[in-house]
Design a protein around this ligand. Structure first.
Ligand code: AHR
Length: 328
């Protein structure tokens, strides 16, 4: 009891928020460090993790890092002190995890990574990663643009000779941004039509609606009539950009074709209103797979190093029909 109190005050002292969501009779105690609440997608991901913990009868200790890697490291250290059975976390950025994961390994606590990828010097520092395939998402994004331009015979506005693309990138150093960027660029470079296109500008909007809007405003300030296509690494930034495009007196989805990743309800609504063109799904509903995999690990069963959740592509013409079926 005394030990628990000390840990609780340690958590408060570190500025972390912990919430035990299940009775202590639960089978396993799992510590989970989430990035924060930067997007509609992330909110859905957190809700799913908490609900899945209840379904799987797991004692979940949840910590919100408020967009700071240092908070994630502190949370993981606290989980180790609490002697949890397993640690789960979403790495906000790819690098910088070796030391804390070595501490977990020394304490013999298995680590299961969710959603984003990480780079470590020793692959045995985490057991497995479940989540999304950012590289493929980025690749699908350019391939969609390529086929859309072919199908519609889209021409550059104002008689230019190239179709200009601007990119709103996700959080710098995150696998979601790097993977989508690399997948997009590789598909661009592999395209037989690559000479038709030019990447006019590319800048981070940190996966948030507000920064997406601000960066799009600055793109439009210098290139109001020179942007044909926007690729936003997530829907939230696209939704922010839509506001900036309208404020500049242009029609999102028409003057500027918009493609983004995630598939949240907000972008479906924008597609129904004709303000966006397509979303490449990135599925946040990873909770069941996470706890199923965690239990296998805790029972000593072997699991694949990497498991991806299923993801689709939704274009504007199906948005109205699909929106009622969306879970996030
Ligand atoms: O890691 C997944 C990405 O992170 C989602 O695309 C984005 O919305 C979130 O913030």
């Amino acid at each position: 009891m005394k030990f628990k109190k000390i840990l609780l005050s340690l958590g408060i002292g570190l500025g972390l928020t912990f919430a035990t969501t299940m009775a202590s009779a639960a089978e396993y105690k799992i510590g989970f460090s989430q990035i924060g609440a930067e997007s509609e997608w992330r909110t859905a991901n957190t809700k799913d993790i908490k609900e899945a913990a209840k379904r799987h009868d797991v004692n979940l200790i949840f910590s919100d890092a408020q967009q700071k890697q240092e908070n994630q490291i502190k949370a993981i250290r606290t989980f180790i002190a609490q002697k949890v059975d397993l640690i789960g976390f979403v790495p906000i950025v790819e690098t910088g995890w070796d030391n804390i994961l070595r501490e977990a390994k020394r304490a013999k606590i298995p680590v299961l990574v969710m959603d984003r990828d990480l780079k470590v010097s020793d692959p045995s520092l985490f057991v497995a990663k479940i989540g999304t395939d950012s590289y493929t998402e980025g690749k699908k994004a350019f391939e969609w643009i390529d086929s859309f331009v072919n199908k519609t015979q889209l021409k550059p506005r104002n008689g230019r000779d190239k179709i200009n693309i601007v990119v709103l990138e996700g959080t710098v150093g995150s696998s979601a941004a790097t993977g989508r960027g690399n997948g997009f660029n590789d598909a661009f470079n592999a395209s037989a039509n690559k000479d038709k296109f030019k990447i006019l500008a590319s800048q981070t909007g940190d996966f948030t609606r507000q920064k997406g809007q601000e960066v799009m405003e600055s793109f439009l300030k210098s290139n109001r009539n020179d942007i044909d296509i926007l690729f936003a690494h997530n829907d939230d930034m696209a939704l922010g950009a839509i506001q900036a495009i309208e404020a500049a007196g242009l029609k999102p989805g028409k003057d500027i074709i918009i493609i983004s990743c995630d598939g949240v309800k907000g972008i479906f609504q924008a597609m129904i209103e004709g303000k966006s063109n397509v979303t490449i799904e990135c599925n946040p509903l990873q909770g069941d797979l996470f706890f199923e995999t965690a239990k296998k690990i805790l029972k000593g069963e072997s699991v694949p190093k990497s498991v991806f959740v299923e993801e689709g592509i939704f274009e504007a013409d199906v948005a109205k029909e699909v929106l009622p079926t969306r879970k996030y």
